[in-house]
Write a protein that binds this ligand. Structure first.
Ligand code: PLP
Length: 401
């Protein structure tokens, strides 16, 4: 995998980048695809009848097909959004608002990112429904048998992450989706982390909605995807209104285009969508299975070293063996201080509550440090972080003297 490092211009700057769950680095081909758009055909989609307008629309729609092939859906089931957050908000405010009534229940877990908690919390508060929390295992995943226990005839939606951005465990979506559908509820999956580290086939997994962001999968920021089953998207009202999503407009009423276009009002993030297409082609070319295998090996190597060599470490997700991330604290040192020490050595990690405050409460900590790996990380980088962490206590003593 080391050969691919040259594809990432950011790696030239000698950082050890261990914050990939926050956002991944971007390969040259993604940057070049965006610059090619601005240099050579930077016009708007759908609006023109000219050859440039035609070219850009064709390119934009070809990315929709690439995404569909990547996740095992049809292209009309792929809606472009600004990212996971917007995708989940769209499901809640359109689909959720349509099917939830007073007294209904929405099941989530305490390890959800705020993006998969707050839209449901708001919806419940608005409509008089309740949030129900399904218990989680130590690696942050949900046991389908535990899910069964909290499901009732009032459960309308189950919204869970594919992979928690703090705990790293990989949910068994197939088994969970069977339980959800057994109770005639709908399954919404926050795939922000899952899309990078697992091969997804939304049709085979029988998922109703799957949300993800391009920027965590080597693509640009500002674009993401909401996959929805066609029959559900057809029923859902748009929540944003304006240009390009309408069919016929009268003084007092308008009709809207078919899905996915009725959900894509206004000028879209065209260069970012094109960049996402380049990122998917890149992943396909490198091979996602190989990428994931390398990340798992790295994680195993690193966690063994951390456990054996750092006596004061407290690791919160030891059990998440197939995960790409390690969440921990060094006893008696604040997570931010540890991150600052690492930063001095050009090692970038994430410290804080990771937009998952309920998860922090569940762990009974205010914050943690998270090392999240990508396929371009190396065993040598793992050695280096352990070496610096060994000295973290000494550094901090010096810093605060
Ligand atoms: C599990 C999870 N869900 C949702 C999000 C939100 O993604 P975005 O900020 O790209 O909308 C993140 C981002 O860290 C995440 O890790």
């Amino acid at each position: 995998m080391n050969n691919y490092r040259q594809d990432f211009p950011m790696l030239k700057h000698d950082y050890i980048y261990f914050n990939n769950a926050s956002t991944s680095l971007k390969p040259k081909c993604v940057i070049e695809a965006i610059s090619d758009y601005y240099n050579n055909y930077s016009v708007n989609t759908n609006r023109g009848v000219d050859s440039l307008g035609f070219k850009v629309t064709e390119k934009f729609e070809s990315v929709r097909q690439l995404v569909a092939d990547f996740i095992g859906s049809n292209s009309e089931e792929v809606i472009f959004t600004r990212g996971t957050t917007e995708s989940l908000n769209l499901v809640a405010s359109s689909f959720g608002n349509m099917i939830i009534n007073e007294g209904d229940e929405i099941v989530i877990s305490v390890v959800e990112h705020h993006s998969n908690l707050l839209p449901w919390q708001e919806l419940c508060n608005k409509l008089g429904a309740s949030l129900v929390f399904v218990p989680i295992k130590e690696d942050g995943t949900v046991d389908p048998e535990e899910l069964k226990k909290v499901m009732t005839k009032r459960t309308k939606i189950v919204a869970l992450n594919h992979i928690s951005n703090v705990m790293g465990g990989i949910n068994n979506l197939l088994e969970l989706s069977k339980v959800v559908h057994q109770f005639d509820a709908y399954f919404v999956v926050d795939g922000a982390q899952g899309i990078v580290h697992e091969k997804v086939n939304v049709h085979d997994l029988d998922i109703d909605f799957y949300a993800f962001s391009s920027h965590k999968m080597y693509g640009p920021m500002g674009v993401g995807v909401l996959y929805g089953k066609k029959e559900l998207l057809d029923m859902m009202p748009p929540v944003m209104f304006g240009g390009e999503m309408v069919d016929v407009v009268h003084n007092d009423i308008a009709t809207y285009k078919q899905t996915p276009y009725k959900f894509e009002a206004g000028t879209m993030m065209v260069p970012e969508v094109i960049g996402l297409g380049a990122a998917i082609e890149y992943i396909n070319q490198v091979d996602q299975t190989k990428m994931n295998a390398h990340v798992k090996e790295l994680r195993k190597y690193l966690i063994d070293k951390l456990i054996n060599e750092i006596s004061d470490i407290e690791i919160y997700n030891k059990d998440a063996i197939d995960s790409s991330l390690i969440t921990f604290n060094i006893k008696n040192i604040h997570a931010h201080d540890v991150a600052s020490v690492l930063d001095k050595e050009k090692i970038i990690v994430r410290a804080g509550h990771h937009c998952a405050q309920l998860c922090m409460s569940n762990l009974e900590v205010a914050s943690t440090i998270r090392i999240s790996l990508a396929f371009y990380n190396t065993f040598e980088e793992c050695d280096k972080v352990v070496e610096v962490l060994k000295k973290a206590g000494d550094y901090i003593d010096v810093l605060f003297k």
